[in-house]
Design a protein around this ligand. Structure first.
Ligand SMILES: NC(=O)c1ccc[n+]([C@@H]2O[C@H](COP(=O)([O-])OP(=O)(O)OC[C@H]3O[C@@H](n4cnc5c(N)ncnc54)[C@H](OP(=O)(O)O)[C@@H]3O)[C@@H](O)[C@H]2O)c1
Length: 298
């Protein structure tokens, strides 16, 4: 029987990337497993399925007969979550709970995306899956509650924490930095927050592989290697050959409503121990991304 799959939040960055990887049957780091080649995939954007609406989720999933659900839906505006807390908890905590309950009832597996922001970010060592969580922002707190709900409600769950994501569709840090460097000839970027830039393409590949195994639980999945936002921005303008002045600055110079972690590096320990960690160094992934961007848009 061909796999029957639901992708929620289908019009966001990850939803779009999964769509294109599934359609082309290949990602930049490898082919999509053959199990997906004849899969029936329902891509539901927020208009088609509001995951915060428990009854709508019950109906949609109940009628769908899905084997596998990828939850790419989330309220990802980190500063917006501070001012719109009700929405943050509805979408990032109750939404995953609704999906997890429906998945459990219909015997589907659930792949749920989460974030490095569930950690306090005050420890310069990369975090593994079992490290204690202590989110510092409403976004992080709401995402952690979502993780806990998924783990409680659905036996066949994969909670995949990623970080600093950039994909082909929509706006992201890479495109913003390129635009700013081209239009102003200068970039000023924080140099005291550390993390793992990750392409949505590599993450999609790993999600698809992971979902076929039965080692349920929490996974970290980022491109390998650590840098600051300033390092990342410098690599972007250098890789894209955009001459500009690069100015490092501190977080204090850029006050934001939500506290950002100083260290939010993730260690893909559980991937290494299970299906293998095929995520590339972030520099290689960025080079590939910029080459594709040039071909597609520039
Ligand atoms: N972006 C990152 O750097 C990053 C880092 C670590 C982890 N993650 C996690 O990765 C996942 C995917 O992130 P992303 O970058 O693809 O986010 P994204 O581009 O913001 O996409 C999220 C999608 O969810 C939709 N959505 C919002 N509320 C919804 C609801 N109530 N019901 C259904 N859909 C809803 C949004 O639609 P509208 O735009 O119409 O509201 C949007 O299309 C999220 O779980 C996020 O927490 C992201």
């Amino acid at each position: 029987m061909p796999l029957n799959i639901l992708v929620t939040g289908a019009n966001g960055q990850m939803g779009n990337e999964l769509r294109s990887v599934l359609a082309s049957k290949t990602a930049q780091i490898g082919p999509v497993p053959t199990d997906y080649h004849d899969a029936r995939v329902t891509f539901a954007g927020a208009q088609e399925l509001n995951i915060a609406d428990a009854q709508a989720v019950e109906r949609f999933v109940g009628n769908g007969g899905f084997d596998l659900i990828f939850n790419c839906a989330a309220y990802t505006d980190v500063d917006g979550c501070e001012t719109n807390q009700e929405r943050a908890y509805a979408v990032n905590a109750e939404g995953p709970r609704n999906l997890a309950r429906a998945a459990q009832r219909t015997k589907a597996a659930l792949v749920h995306l989460s974030t490095d922001y569930v950690f306090a970010g005050d420890n310069p060592m990369p975090r593994i899956e079992s490290d204690p969580c202590e989110p510092q922002s409403i976004y992080g707190k709401s995402k952690l509650l979502g993780e806990q709900a998924v783990a409680q409600e659905c036996e066949r769950h994969f909670i995949v924490r990623s970080a600093w994501l950039y994909g082909s569709a929509g706006k992201n840090f890479v495109k913003t930095i390129m635009e700013r460097a081209r239009s102003t000839g200068e970039i000023k970027v924080v140099n005291d927050q550390h993390g793992n830039p990750t392409t949505a393409n590599d993450l999609s590949y790993t999600l698809l592989k992971l979902a076929l195994c039965s080692e349920y639980g929490i996974y970290h999945c980022t491109n390998n290697g650590v840098c600051t936002w300033f390092d990342f921005a410098s690599a972007i303008v250098d890789g894209a050959n955009i001459p500009c002045t690069k100015l490092p600055c501190s977080t204090d110079e850029f006050p934001r409503p939500a506290k950002r972690p100083a260290y939010s590096m993730l260690d893909n320990a559980r991937l290494r121990a299970t299906i293998g960690d095929e995520m590339r160094p972030w520099q290689d992934a960025l080079t590939d991304y910029l080459a594709h961007l040039k071909g597609a848009f520039v």
